[in-house]
Write a protein that binds this ligand. Structure first.
Ligand code: NAD
Ligand code: ZN
Length: 338
């Protein structure tokens, strides 16, 4: 039902007023792309017609729409994939990620940008300095999730932070927590190779989860860190890990829910309530691309180690199969012809 379409099959889109046409360059595969590809839906977002996947992307401006002055042809840009309505109260109060009229790449019914050409609103394209690669530009998407999650968590100088799950999203949270001055970062996962990657990216401690007993895992975290963390950022979505996040966090601390799994999960709410542990959600990111870009451009954050696989657009099926098998960390697809 879902096709990965190639530009050969599609008309080259023309930019409307305020938009740019982009010659697509690098596109990372996200877990949600794989989920739409294999299941055809995520919650209430159901794929009803063939949809182009991809939303972690960079491109080169190939044509300007009417009125665009912020960019010129040839500019290399990172693409923030969601364009909100700009009119509603959420948009006007600066929380556009909550806009109900969001048009988000590869969230049905909107096409993604795993294609040769794509058209996007110019103000959601961020010009990359010459020394920032197109791959790094694509990785600003997951990095922005880390920027937003650590913002919502209130990570600052000296914070002690637990990150549950060391997939791409847990890993970018290590980078942003460290960059914001966290003094100690501990990471949990069930997979040893992912914990190894977490260490490479700066985790001070890792805890391998071997049991569904959330209190036992929380105890292991406390032993590793020497005390309970101020902040826990849950990036696995696994029910037992959500429970661990609450038990592990210091009284008066914060748990941020990044991982999205089952709709209903049993949670130790009394424990959270009587210990004043705040539980906060996050949805994607808001006003985070400029920060993510500044961190990469200044060298304060290095996202390059996240990339483990590279494919060409023509090999997209192979790339998605590798992603489905859970290989590596970030799989990148190059959309140019050579
Ligand atoms: P991923 O599947 O690659 O990573 C999840 C990691 O959690 C894996 O390494 C897995 O081994 C580990 N894990 C599984 N069970 C665990 C447990 N019990 N304890 C500790 N670790 C465990 O996914 P990802 O791309 O890194 O994304 C992580 C989550 O974040 C997903 O649920 C995704 O849907 C969600 N997400 C949310 C937002 C948002 O806006 N809220 C944005 C992006 C991703
Ligand atoms: Zn809006």
């Amino acid at each position: 039902m879902i096709l990965i379409q190639f530009q050969e099959d599609l008309p080259v889109p023309k930019p409307g007023p305020g938009q740019v046409q982009l010659s697509m360059q690098e596109v990372g595969i996200c877990g949600s792309d794989v989920h739409y590809w294999t299941h055809g839906r995520i919650g209430d977002f159901i794929v009803k017609a063939p949809m182009v996947l991809g939303h972690e992307a960079s491109g080169i401006v190939s044509e300007l729409g009417q009125g665009v002055t912020s960019l010129k042809v040839g500019d290399r840009v990172a693409i923030e994939p969601g364009v909100p309505c700009r009119m509603c109260n959420y948009c006007k109060t600066g929380r556009y990620n909550l806009c109900l009229d969001m048009k988000f790449c590869a969230t049905p019914p909107y096409h993604g940008n795993l294609a040769r050409y794509y058209v996007h609103d110019a103000d959601f394209c961020f010009k990359l300095p010459d020394h920032v690669s197109l791959e790094e530009g694509a990785l600003l998407e997951p990095l922005s999730v880390g920027v937003h999650a650590t913002n919502r968590a209130g990570v600052g100088l000296g914070s002690t932070v637990l990150i549950c799950g060391a997939g791409p999203i847990g890993l970018v949270n290590i980078l942003t927590a460290k960059a914001k001055g966290a003094s100690v970062v501990c990471v949990t996962d069930i997979d040893e190779s992912r914990l190894q990657k977490a260490k490479e990216l700066g985790a001070d401690y890792t805890v391998k989860v071997t049991s569904r007993d959330a209190q036992q895992t929380a105890q292991l975290v406390e032993e590793a860190m020497g005390e309970k963390p101020d902040i826990t950022i849950e990036c696995s979505g696994a029910p037992s890990s959500l429970q661990t996040a609450i038990y592990a966090t210091k009284s008066g601390g914060v748990v941020v829910l990044v991982g999205l799994g089952q709709e209903h999960v049993e949670m130790p709410v009394v424990n959270a309530g009587v210990r004043e542990v705040d539980i906060r959600g996050i949805f994607r990111y808001v006003n985070c691309y400029p920060t993510a870009l500044a961190m990469v451009a200044s060298g304060k954050v290095n996202v390059k180690p996240l990339i483990t696989h590279k494919f060409k657009l023509e090999e997209s099926i192979k790339a998605f199969e590798a992603a489905k098998r859970g290989e590596g960390i970030k799989i990148m697809i190059t959309c140019t012809r050579n």
